[in-house]
Design a protein around this ligand. Structure first.
Ligand code: NAP
Length: 280
């Protein structure tokens, strides 16, 4: 029976550490996270609610800038410019995906690199690729923290990542390579996916399809990291057939309660790091 990794407990410890650090800074923390949401996405809104609660709990202000779907590029860039120049804004998070009429590259490239708390700016992605990043993308950073806190050895291990999104799969591959894992990134065109997955000592899944990974795709003793966040019959579930994989894996993250809370914790940590970068 696999060890169920408790992301809520690990994230709780990190949140306490961030809270203590902020309490230490000043009688009243001036620090704020600014989130830009263009258009109406219920998935983004529930993520924002979680982030708002977490920020307020640790003493970071949370400002949500909701813009209508029809907002033009110039208005989005003007808002980012104003937040870049607001000293109390420690971090800026642009919720992706953006409506199609907006140029994602231009928008994320407008974020001050020292306020880029989800590592969206190409400069910060470049630093992350080269192993020099200080602001790492929240979900991959949270996963890496989880693996380290569970004392899971990555050196020389086969890590297979299913999904190559810019926010999860690709950056996670950089971070795991930096830990000396041998990394394979899979996608829709990967041949013999079950066989590739069965080679994984660490199997990370970010596909967006419930129960995509079945027990037969898992090597006995593998560590499974389920990033998926899907709603089925009103219930949150991951990309892994959790119940059946429990008997095969050595460790597994549940959904909810695995990677999600670690993403939020990584965002809080990034706010502090961004603040430090702006004040060094
Ligand atoms: P995404 O942009 O939705 O892309 C999905 C990826 O999965 C793509 O690379 C796609 O391949 C691959 N894929 C889809 N079907 C596949 C198949 N049949 N075989 C092999 N590969 C397949 O990915 P994402 O934004 O990373 O999101 C993935 C999931 O993670 C979603 O459920 C999302 O809600 C969740 N998520 C959770 C967190 C968290 O903090 N817990 C954070 C971010 C995302 P192609 O590139 O070939 O199309």
């Amino acid at each position: 029976m696999a060890n169920i990794i408790n992301g809520i407990a690990h994230a709780g410890i990190i949140r306490e550490e961030v809270k203590a650090r902020i309490e230490h800074m000043a009688p009243v923390s001036p620090m704020q996270l600014a989130v830009i949401l263009v258009g109406d996405s219920s998935a983004s809104q529930s993520y924002n609610n979680m982030n708002k609660t977490a920020c307020e709990e640790v003493g970071i202000g949370f400002a949500l800038h909701c813009l209508p779907e029809s907002t033009g590029q110039g208005q989005v860039l003007a808002l980012i410019d104003s937040l870049n120049n607001t000293p109390e804004v420690a971090g800026i998070l642009v919720q992706l995906p953006l409506p199609l009429h907006l140029d994602r590259l231009r928008v994320v490239s407008a974020i001050n690199i020292r306020k880029d708390v989800d590592c969206l700016h190409p400069y910060n992605i470049g630093l992350a690729v080269s192993g020099l990043g200080r602001l790492l993308p929240c979900t991959p950073a949270g996963i890496l923290t989880l693996l380290k806190r569970e004392v899971i050895c990555l050196k020389g291990k086969n890590a297979v990542i299913v999904g190559r999104s810019d926010i999860v799969g690709k950056p996670l591959s950089f971070l795991l390579q930096a830990e000396d894992a041998t990394v394979t990134v899979c996608h829709r065109h990967t041949e013999n996916l079950p066989e590739v997955c069965r080679r994984a000592d660490v199997l990370a899944v970010a596909v967006g399809t419930p129960k995509f990974i079945t027990a037969g795709m898992v090597k006995p003793g593998a560590v499974i990291i389920d990033v998926g966040s899907n709603f089925v019959d009103g219930k949150l579930c991951g990309d892994v057939d959790f119940e059946n994989c429990l008997d095969v894996a050595s460790h597994i993250t549940p959904v909810p309660g695995g990677v999600g809370p670690m993403t939020v914790a990584a965002l809080l940590e990034n706010c502090i790091k961004a603040w430090d970068l702006q004040h060094e």
